[in-house]
Design a protein around this ligand. Structure first.
Ligand SMILES: [Zn+2]
Length: 87
C-alpha cells in the first residue's frame, strides 16, 4: 500500500497531528482524505516526488520551508486538473 502524506491546508486551523504533516497508508483506489481525522479541518495531500527508498532524507529536502527558502513553489493537485499553491 502506498504511503500518503497529508498536511493542514490552513496551519491556523490545525491540530498537532496535521500541523506539520502526517503519513498514512491508503489503498490506491481510495479517495484522498480531505479532512484531518483528529481535528476535522481541511488537509491537502502532499505529492512525493522522491523515490521511495530515499523517502526520509528527501522528505526534508522537499519540505515547504526548504522549497520556500530556495524560491520554489509547490503545487498540490487537488482534483481534475486543479492545483493548489501551498507554498
Ligand atoms: Zn488536525
Amino acid at each position: 500500500m502506498p504511503i500518503y502524506t497529508y498536511r493542514a491546508r490552513d496551519p491556523e486551523k490545525s491540530c498537532e497531528h496535521c500541523k506539520n504533516s502526517f503519513d498514512t497508508f491508503q489503498g490506491i483506489r481510495e479517495d484522498a482524505m480531505t479532512l484531518c481525522p483528529e481535528c476535522n479541518n481541511e488537509i491537502v495531500r502532499i505529492i512525493h516526488a522522491a523515490k521511495p527508498f530515499k523517502d526520509r532524507s528527501d522528505h526534508k529536502v522537499l519540505s515547504d520551508d526548504n522549497l520556500k527558502k530556495h524560491g520554489f513553489k509547490k503545487l498540490v493537485k487537488t482534483g481534475k486538473g486543479t492545483y493548489d499553491e501551498v507554498v
